[in-house]
Design a protein around this ligand. Structure first.
Ligand SMILES: Cc1ncc(COP(=O)(O)O)c(C=O)c1O
Length: 308
């Protein structure tokens, strides 16, 4: 386990490890279109959103993207320059898109066949959020490298990159380090967070709360569907003329229909919900009511004044 200060840094560690593992000439990292892996130059290039790359070109060499959840396209990218595949088990910033379990199992098979590392970016999905300690566990696949951050310090900056021992051992002293990585304050916070998570059985709670939220929101007028895992959900809205998910978010944040709710428009038509992992049933019910009331007020043209 290598400790860093953020999710992007955890992914930088994973990318450097993949390069050390593969060696020069076999250093390419393949990630998915629609992915998000961070904002440093390398993690930005790993991020499969070409529009975000342009203003920062030239980006570091050695990154390639495959169509999300498409085994055949991934297979086409896996030539002998590839060291690793880097995936989110649920694309977070890309719209809350869970990877089908069968896809992840096929990716594992391909990586084994080609001697390529399978690295999961669990910065957003990890540590209980998706109803498992790590979202890839739902598919029963064995990772080679896992990165994490956000929930680990519960607000205190810390990231971590875990690797199987035989892979981690390719790093030699001095290959990778950071001044504040593993410092006592952040790691004490992470230890305390993990103790609470274990005591509260956070993955189980998130699975249950997410199921409740999903079932209730699926029946709300104005909701076309709900996708995601555990407490990482996207609420796809039925199209309403002149009103985007961004407008709904502004009303939710303003508390137009009760308690203020923090959500974001993960696409122009979908709200992303990622509430506290310890959210109570009462808080869930209240949130569902507020979201339903907000959507009920979303007639054609509604919200234009506030949302513009
Ligand atoms: C999947 C994923 N990877 C990496 C990052 C980058 O983490 P950080 O902002 O801590 O650098 C994020 C942040 O949203 C993320 O969602």
């Amino acid at each position: 386990m290598f400790f860093a200060n953020s999710g992007a840094e955890a992914n930088e560690a994973a990318i450097k490890l993949a390069r050390r593992f593969g060696g020069r000439g076999r250093h390419v990292v393949v990630s998915a279109f629609g992915s998000f892996h961070g904002r440093t130059l390398a993690t930005l290039h790993a991020t499969g959103q070409p529009a975000k790359h342009e203003v920062f070109q030239p980006l570091p060499e050695g990154f390639r993207h495959a169509t999300w959840a498409d085994v055949a396209d991934l297979e086409r990218q896996l030539d002998d320059t590839v060291a690793a595949v880097l995936l989110e088990a649920v694309q977070g910033e890309g719209g809350v898109n869970p990877a089908p379990a069968e896809y992840l199992r096929e990716v594992r098979r391909l990586c084994d066949e080609r001697g390529v590392l399978l690295m999961f970016d669990e910065v957003q999905t990890g540590l209980g959020r998706c109803g498992e300690w790590f979202a890839h566990q739902a598919a029963g696949v064995r990772p080679d490298v896992v990165t994490m951050a956000k929930a680990l310090g519960n607000g205190v900056p810390i990231g971590a990159c875990w690797a199987r021992e035989e892979i981690a051992s390719v790093f030699e002293p001095g290959d990778h380090a950071t001044t504040f990585g593993g410092q006592p304050l952040a790691t004490a916070a992470a230890r305390a967070v993990l103790e609470v998570m274990e005591a509260e059985q956070v993955p189980r709670r998130a699975a249950r709360a997410g199921g409740r939220l999903r079932a209730a929101l699926s029946g709300v007028p104005g909701v076309a569907g709900v996708r995601g895992m555990g407490l990482l959900l996207a609420v796809e809205l039925e199209p309403v003329e002149c009103r985007s998910a961004g407008d709904v978010v502004i009303d939710l944040l303003a508390g137009m229909h009760g308690t203020r709710i923090v959500a974001n428009a993960v696409t122009p038509t979908a709200l992303r919900l990622a509430p506290s992992l310890l959210i109570s049933d009462d808080e869930l019910d209240e949130s569902i009511q507020v979201i339903a009331a907000t959507l009920a007020s979303a007639g054609p043209g509604a919200g234009l004044g506030e949302g513009a």
